[in-house]
Design a protein around this ligand. Sequence first.
Ligand SMILES: Cc1cc2nc3c(=O)[nH]c(=O)nc-3n(C[C@H](O)[C@H](O)[C@H](O)COP(=O)(O)OP(=O)(O)OC[C@H]3O[C@@H](n4cnc5c(N)ncnc54)[C@H](O)[C@@H]3O)c2cc1C
Length: 76
Amino acid sequence: MSEVIIIGGGIIGMLTARELHNAGVDVLVIERGPLGGESSWAGGGIISPLYPWRYSESVNQLAEISKTIYPALAQQ
Ligand SMILES: Cc1cc2nc3c(=O)[nH]c(=O)nc-3n(C[C@H](O)[C@H](O)[C@H](O)COP(=O)(O)OP(=O)(O)OC[C@H]3O[C@@H](n4cnc5c(N)ncnc54)[C@H](O)[C@@H]3O)c2cc1C
């Protein structure tokens, strides 16, 4: 029996599963279709806010931090 069950194998479910797995948690992903086959399949790969001036400074800081770790994450 897994410690954690995640319903939905899109990018959010799979990255959550990855974090939990790397932390030593036994996790199970249940997906009704192909993994990454819904919204995550359609995503265009834009990782910056399109209109940074419309977002709070904290959101823009998060986006900047995310951009620095994105290449390594994508490679993994
Ligand atoms: C055309 C388009 C372009 C986009 N472009 C970008 C972009 O450039 N940059 C960006 O940041 N975001 C973009 N997005 C948004 C981004 O793709 C989504 O926010 C993201 O993929 C959502 O991920 P998710 O894991 O939450 O959802 P999903 O990828 O939809 O995953 C949810 C999963 O749950 C499964 N599921 C649902 N119910 C059940 C159930 N009862 N049992 C089992 N499985 C179930 C579904 O089958 C699905 O696979 C875009 C979205 C679209 C549609």
